[in-house]
Design a protein around this ligand. Structure first.
Ligand code: ZN
Length: 113
């Protein structure tokens, strides 16, 4: 089993990865927003790209928020505890999703799968 320091380091590493990914995505969107292309087909592709990048940016922001919350929970000594039912999330699930805030049971209920 990993100790808390190792876990915290992993989470911070993930957070830094996501932050650099997000700034790259934001940069790309800003770049594409620059000089408008004359060609309609090209413009359509650019708009589509922006939509994809927006969705990516949104997903990345969500993950960043989740990791930040996980670090906060770690500070409060609540890491690994399900935020919905208070049960232990379980090491197996935390190994796959280190920033998970719900146990398998509650996550299934929320995600509906
Ligand atoms: Zn739960």
């Amino acid at each position: 089993m990993q100790n808390d320091e190792q876990l915290r380091e992993n989470l911070i590493e993930m957070l830094e990865d996501l932050n650099s990914r997000l700034s790259k995505i934001t940069h790309d969107v800003t770049h594409v927003d620059g000089p408008v292309s004359q060609d309609f087909a090209e413009q359509a592709v650019e708009n589509e790209n922006n939509e994809v990048l927006d969705a990516l940016g949104e997903a990345t922001r969500t993950d960043i928020a989740k990791i930040k919350q996980a670090l906060l929970r770690m500070d409060k000594g609540e890491y690994g505890v399900c935020q919905a039912c208070g049960e232990s999330i379980g090491n197996e699930r935390l190994a796959v999703i280190p920033f998970s805030s719900l146990c398998v049971k509650c996550a299934t209920l929320v995600e509906g799968c």
